[in-house]
Each structure stands twice: as structure tokens, then as C-alpha cells.
Ligand binder design. Structure first.
Ligand code: PMP
Length: 369
């Protein structure tokens, strides 16, 4: 029996469990530790799910996903429906892609700071990870020479997260172009996780803008754009062979995302402009509040290009200690060490009601002085 759990621990999950326990004991915790929006799923989406269920769409269905939804996603991204497969959340999409690409060995290059799951998924499928450090002082840009030096004959994949969790930084277009050129030259697949792109404050480039032949893969989802985290629906865009292979994996695992959830997601895409712009405006307000308060308190950070996160730095901070002390004071955030070797940073998720964020930020600023 192989046990994975020791290796797969991360303080991000530990803090969350602790926060839940404190809440169950009756303590009030301001939850700024996870990217789980406080807002409700838009009512039109909920109604669409309900109507679909009432219409009897409660059976097994295609492991590719529903035709109408794949067509709509294809239209949004300017690809063909055969290049799209539906998954239960984009986390599973990332897992499935890494599993298929890395299960026979090889290494994956992951720029840091990273979304915690990339590293844990790579380890869980037995792949080697090569971490590529980026720094706040360089605007979190990937250094292309360092990237090229990390590539070896066993490199199978480069993961990009654009805009990034935890920094909320969108990639510079030139860097993105270089990376695609390097990956094409070295025959390495890029997995581009673009879950924050549609609600990014400024328009960001997609890997699809450089990849008409689908050598690379995009993972995306509905959780962030449509406030649908608990619905568990996401998708992958790739070449037909890759999509067929993911579908085979779907067939032997969850089979299909419930059709009524796919119908709800379709409604979300149909109302995309209206929903995404309202969500964006709300997060922009929060990001402005956070950046004003954090700057006044002396934190350093890059201005968020996308909603949800700020990743401040304080010189000589022990972020794990800071995070635990802050939890005792009723505010949950995530330590920088959950996203790589970033002991002086911590991540604030702006995914609570504005009044709670305000109190949480005040407590954070107080705790740092
Ligand atoms: N990618 C990134 C960068 C994320 O931050 C998250 C969620 N925190 C996900 C993927 C997963 O989202 P979901 O599975 O809900 O689509």
C-alpha cells in the first residue's frame, strides 16, 4: 500500500480545516484564505439547472460533455467543438492532463509562486517537478533564460497560470510568446490554466492566441467567472487526440458532469457579458480597498491584474507564524509557503463580503505592526 498523504500535506488545507473547526466551536472567523467567492451563483444559472432537472436530464450522458455546451465554449474561444471536453471542475482538468502527460515519467516545470495543487498533483502521479522562481521585485515575470536552462530531455510539460494565483498578475505578452516558441522548439506541452482570465481587470492573452494547431492545452472553468465553485464544472481545450484521451479517462472515472449542471453552465455562458462584468466590478472595488489599506500599512505587493488575490510581502515575516497568530485573532489567510518558497509573503483572498474584508484587512495591518 502506497501512502501519499505525508508528501501531499500543505498548510493551505491545514489552515482551512483549523478555521472550520474554530467556526464549529462558535468562533467568528473572517475567511480570506480560499478562492471561494462569498457571492451566490446568479439566479438565472440556478433556474436553468432546476428547469433541466425537471425536464428529466438526470441520466448518464456523453463523457465528452453535452454537444451544445461544447459548441458554446468553442464559440467563446474561437475553436471547434471537437477541441473541447467537459470535466468536473478545472482542478480535475488539470489533474487529468498531468496524469496523461506525466504518468510514464518525465518532469514538469512549474513557475512559482504556484497554485498549490500543481505541485501536489505532479507528486501524486509520480512526476518530478522543477520549480522556476519568480520575484515580486521583477513583477513576477518568468525569466526566459532560466526557463530554458531548466528544460532537459525529460521535460514533458510547462505549467502557466495566467493570470496567476496567488499574485493576480497577468503574463507579459512578450514573455508568453517566448515561452510558446521555446516549448514548440523543444516539443514540450504547455498547460495554460486560464481560470481567472475571463474576469481579469485588463484583457489578457490566451495561449490559444499563439496556438492554432493545438499543440498546447488550456484548462478553464465556471467556478470563478460565474461564482459556481460548488457545481464542479470545468473544461479542457486541446487537439482532438488529447480530447479523445481525456474522454477515455472520464469514462473510467466520473463518466460525465451531470447534464443539468452542464445546462446551467451553458446559461452562464449565454449571459457571460452581463454576469462577468458585474462580478469584475465588485472585485475591483475590493482590490482597490485592499491595495489602499495594505500600502498605507507598509506592505509591498504588485497591483492585482485580476480578481480574488493579493500576495503581500513584509520584510523578515515568518508567514506561517503570522498566519497562525492571525487565525487566533479571527482572520484566516494563507501563508506564502503554500505557494512555494515565499516565507515573507501571504495570500489574502478577497472573497468575503466587503465589510468583513475591511475588518480583516484592518486586523492584518494591525498584526503586522
Ligand atoms: N486553477 C487555479 C489557478 C485555481 O486557483 C483554482 C481554484 N482555486 C482552480 C484551478 C480550480 O478551480 P475549479 O476546480 O473550481 O474549476
Amino acid at each position: 500500500m502506497v501512502t501519499l498523504y505525508g508528501e501531499l500535506e500543505n498548510m493551505l488545507y491545514e489552515i482551512n480545516e483549523k478555521a472550520l473547526k474554530l467556526e464549529s466551536e462558535g468562533k467568528k472567523i473572517i475567511r480570506l484564505n480560499l478562492g471561494d467567492p462569498d457571492m451566490d451563483t446568479p439566479p438565472e444559472i440556478v433556474e436553468a439547472a432546476y428547469a433541466s432537472m425537471k425536464a428529466g436530464k438526470t441520466k448518464y450522458s456523453s463523457s465528452y460533455g453535452e454537444k451544445k455546451l461544447r459548441e458554446k465554449i468553442a464559440e467563446v474561444h474561437g475553436v471547434k467543438a471537437e477541441n473541447v471536453v467537459i470535466t468536473p471542475g478545472s482542478k480535475f482538468a488539470v489533474f487529468a492532463t498531468m496524469f496523461l502527460t506525466l504518468k510514464n515519467g518525465g518532469n514538469v516545470i512549474i513557475p512559482t509562486p504556484y497554485w498549490t495543487a500543481y505541485d501536489l498533483i505532479a507528486k501524486s502521479v509520480g512526476a518530478k517537478t522543477k520549480l522556476l522562481r519568480t520575484e515580486m521585485e521583477d513583477d513576477w515575470e518568468i525569466n526566459i533564460d532560466q526557463l530554458e536552462k531548466l528544460v532537459d530531455e525529460n521535460t514533458k510539460m510547462i505549467i502557466l497560470n495566467n493570470p496567476n494565483n496567488p499574485t493576480s498578475k497577468a503574463m507579459d505578452t512578450e514573455t508568453l510568446e517566448y515561452i510558446v516558441e521555446l516549448a514548440d522548439r523543444k516539443k514540450i506541452t504547455i498547460l495554460s490554466d486560464e481560470v481567472y482570465a475571463a474576469i481579469s481587470f485588463n484583457k489578457t492573452k490566451s495561449i490559444l492566441d499563439y496556438d492554432s494547431e493545438h499543440k498546447h492545452i488550456v484548462s478553464n472553468g465556471f467556478s470563478k467567472t460565474f461564482t459556481m465553485t460548488g457545481w464542479r464544472i470545468g473544461y479542457l481545450i486541446g487537439n482532438k487526440m488529447f480530447i479523445d484521451n481525456i474522454t477515455k479517462l472520464n469514462q473510467i472515472t466520473f463518466n460525465n458532469v451531470p447534464v443539468f449542471i452542464q445546462d446551467a453552465a451553458l446559461k452562464g455562458l449565454e449571459l457571460h457579458q452581463k454576469i462577468a462584468s458585474a462580478i469584475k466590478a465588485k472585485y475591483k472595488e475590493r482590490a482597490d480597498m485592499a491595495t489602499t489599506k495594505l500600502s498605507a500599512a507598509g506592505f509591498k505587493f504588485t497591483k492585482p491584474d485580476a480578481p480574488f488575490y493579493v500576495f503581500p510581502k513584509l520584510d523578515d515575516l515568518d508567514s506561517e507564524r503570522f498566519t497562525l497568530d492571525l487565525l487566533d485573532k479571527g482572520v484566516a489567510v494563507a501563508p506564502g509557503t503554500s505557494f512555494g518558497d515565499y516565507r515573507e509573503h501571504f495570500r489574502i483572498s478577497l472573497t468575503a463580503p466587503n465589510d468583513q474584508i475591511e475588518v480583516g484587512l484592518d486586523k492584518i495591518c494591525e498584526a503586522a505592526t
